[in-house]
Design a binder for this molecule. Structure first.
Ligand code: ZN
Ligand code: FE
Length: 255
C-alpha cells in the first residue's frame, strides 16, 4: 500500500511524499524547497529515490539542485530546458513505474505549457496534478489558453471518482469562497466551506480531495450546471461550456 504524506513548504505549497509500505526509499513531488524535505527524510531515516516534477515554476522546482546533490535521485519531469536536473523527460501518454506503482503521464497545459500530471490507477488511485486542479479551483492561466486548461480539467473529470487528488497548494479556502459566488445554489459548496474553515483553524491540510468531491464542489468542473452558468452570465459570456469556464477563470482573478 502506498502512503502519501504532505510536507508543507514555502507559504502554501505541499510537497507530497510517496512511500510504499515500510520501504525506506521514497519519492517526492514538486520539491519547491529542500530543507523541509531533508528534515523529513532525516527524521524518518528515509532515502530519496525519485522526484516527480509537474512544471517549471520555482515553487515546484526550487529544491531540486540541493536534493540531487545530496541524494542523487532519479528525476522525472517535462522536457523543458528551463528545469535543471531532470534526467528522465516524459510526455503525454508515457507510463512510468515509481516504487512499484505504474503512473500515466497526462499533458495538462494551461497554467504553464509544460505542465504534466501523473495518475496511478489502482486502490487507491492517485492523481498528482500540480497547479492544474486544486480543491474547488484550478490554476491561473500563465502560459496556456482557457481552452487548454478546460481540456485538461475534462481529462480529470473522466478519472474514477474515488481518485485521490493531490494538488500542490493549500488554496481551498479562497477557492470555496469564490465557489460560493460562482455556484450559489450548490449546498455542497456551503458545507465544504464550513468544513474547510474548521480544518484551516486547526492548521490541517484540506487535501487530498477526490475527483468525486471535485465534481460536486469545483465550479470549473460544473460549468454545465444552471447555477454556475447563470452566475457566470452576470460577469461575462456563458454561451457554451468553454465560454462559461473562461468567464469564471477571469472573474476569479479579480474576485
Ligand atoms: Zn505554478
Ligand atoms: Fe505553484
Amino acid at each position: 500500500m502506498m502512503s502519501v504524506t504532505p510536507i508543507p513548504a514555502l507559504s502554501d505549497n505541499y510537497i507530497w511524499l510517496l512511500r510504499q509500505d515500510t520501504s525506506q526509499s521514497v519519492c517526492v513531488v514538486d520539491p519547491g524547497e529542500a530543507p523541509p524535505v531533508i528534515e523529513f527524510l532525516e527524521r524518518e531515516s528515509l532515502n530519496l529515490e525519485s522526484i516527480l516534477i509537474t512544471h517549471h515554476h520555482h515553487d515546484h522546482t526550487g529544491g531540486l539542485a540541493e536534493l540531487i546533490k545530496r541524494y542523487a535521485p532519479r528525476v522525472i519531469g517535462p522536457a523543458n530546458p528551463a528545469i535543471k536536473g531532470i534526467d528522465e523527460t516524459v510526455e503525454d501518454g508515457d507510463e512510468i513505474r515509481i516504487m512499484g506503482r505504474l503512473f500515466d503521464v497526462i499533458a495538462t497545459p494551461g497554467h504553464t505549457l509544460d505542465h504534466l500530471s501523473y495518475f496511478a490507477a489502482g486502490i487507491p488511485a492517485l492523481l498528482f496534478c500540480g497547479d492544474t486542479l486544486f480543491c474547488a479551483g484550478c490554476g491561473r492561466l500563465f502560459e496556456g489558453t482557457p481552452e487548454q486548461m478546460y481540456t485538461a480539467l475534462k481529462k480529470f473529470a473522466e478519472l474514477p471518482e474515488d481518485t485521490l487528488v493531490f494538488a500542490a497548494h493549500e488554496y481551498t479556502l479562497a477557492n470555496l469562497t469564490f465557489a460560493r459566488a460562482a455556484d450559489p445554489e450548490n449546498e455542497d459548496v456551503k458545507h465544504a466551506l464550513q468544513e474547510c474553515e474548521k480544518a484551516r483553524t486547526l492548521d490541517r491540510p484540506t487535501l487530498p480531495s477526490t475527483i468525486g468531491r471535485e465534481l460536486n464542489i469545483n465550479p470549473y468542473l460544473r460549468v454545465g450546471t444552471d447555477s454556475v452558468r447563470q452566475a457566470a452570465g452576470t460577469q461575462g459570456v456563458n454561451h457554451d461550456d468553454l465560454a462559461t469556464f473562461t468567464t469564471l477563470r477571469e472573474w476569479k482573478n479579480r474576485f
